[in-house]
Write a protein that binds this ligand. Structure first.
Ligand code: CP
Ligand code: NVA
Length: 315
């Protein structure tokens, strides 16, 4: 059984294949009679809020010929004490695959272990691999236009600056996925927000060399970058730390002055939702360098390719 819980659940060759399939699906959207999930039903279970992920997966399953079954975790017996193991076993009797957004990454792993269907991580406290894959696809469309077979290779050696909450799920995804793709990940955030033991252990377990650096100096990280990325300073579940984080992360706001230190050709990216005036200034968000809405659109195409890939490779 194949799952997509983290960036390294796909090999380098599979990442290339997914990028190529996403490009083909994107080009054929609305025209092709895609049927990769024909007569299948996929569960979409959310323990946290979502706009992009919820809609792009629901539309994506539908466009692949499947039935998306929306499951609000609060409405399930899970919220009244039924175990994750029993939930995974029962839902595996009805569904052909599962997309889950949750807090503890361990829940995804337990679900994947106990169920008998593919599981996709739609964001956990640890990683956001569907977003990372989409972001890399979005960049590669620009680096190797019209050559999807070159997408993965076009990312090798690129300098990506990640500013702000350098210990969050998105930052971890860049640390792990960046190493898998051979990109240089320059993180800049407050002291104490360096990538934690969990993501370092994952790199080691995957036999990957670290390709990230961490500094508290925003300018040093952005200097010469090919792309500058940021995420919210207060991730879902971190609301109690809001006041402290907003103060601590102030020096890491991506603004025009900071963007001027990156390569003139540099792109600005953000997984969204954004908080203009906090992690990024309103002018950078709306600048020609900003490709945030292409990222959002590409969630649909890349996730469809991931779902089709898992459906084709299930045991
Ligand atoms: N970027 C992202 O995952 O957005 P949502 O939280 O709206 O799904
Ligand atoms: N780091 C953010 C990402 C939102 C898409 C969060 O977890 O809230």
């Amino acid at each position: 059984m194949r799952h997509f819980l983290k960036e390294t659940d796909l090999s380098a060759a599979e990442i290339s294949a997914v990028f190529a399939q996403a490009a083909a699906l994107k080009a054929a959207r609305g025209r092709a009679t895609a049927s990769d999930l024909a007569r299948q039903s996929w569960g979409l279970m959310f323990f946290k809020k979502s706009t992009r992920t919820r809609v792009s997966f629901q539309v994506g399953v539908h466009e692949l010929g499947g039935l998306p079954v929306m499951l609000n975790a609060d409405d399930l017996q899970l919220s009244r004490g039924e175990t994750v193991a029993d939930t995974a076993k029962v839902l595996s009797r009805y569904l052909h695959g599962m997309v889950i957004r949750c807090h503890e990454h361990a829940l995804l792993e337990e679900f994947a272990r106990c169920g008998t269907m593919p599981v996709v991580n739609a964001l956990s406290d640890f990683l956001h691999p569907c977003q990372f894959m989409t972001d890399m696809f979005t960049l590669a469309e620009r680096y190797a236009p019209g050559r999807p077979e070159q997408y993965a290779a076009s990312l090798k050696g690129r300098k990506i600056a990640f500013l702000g909450d350098t210990a969050c799920n998105m930052a971890n995804s860049f640390v792990l996925g960046g190493a898998a793709l051979g990109a240089e990940i320059a993180l800049a955030g407050p002291a104490g927000y360096e990538p934690g033991a969990e993501v370092r252990a994952q790199l080691k377990a995957d036999g990957l060399k670290e390709t990230f650096t961490f500094t508290t100096d925003a300018a040093a990280a952005v200097k010469g970058a090919d792309m500058v990325y940021t995420d919210v300073w207060v991730s879902m579940g971190m609301e109690a730390e809001k006041a402290e984080r907003l103060k601590l992360m102030q020096p890491y706001q991506v603004n025009a002055k900071l963007m001027a230190l990156a390569k003139p050709s540099a792109y600005f990216m953000h997984c969204l939702p954004a908080h203009p005036g906090e992690e990024v200034s309103a002018d950078v968000l709306a600048s020609p360098q900003s490709i945030i809405f292409d990222q959002a659109e590409n969630r649909l195409h890349v996730q469809k390719a991931i779902l089709a890939h898992l459906a084709a490779h299930r045991g």
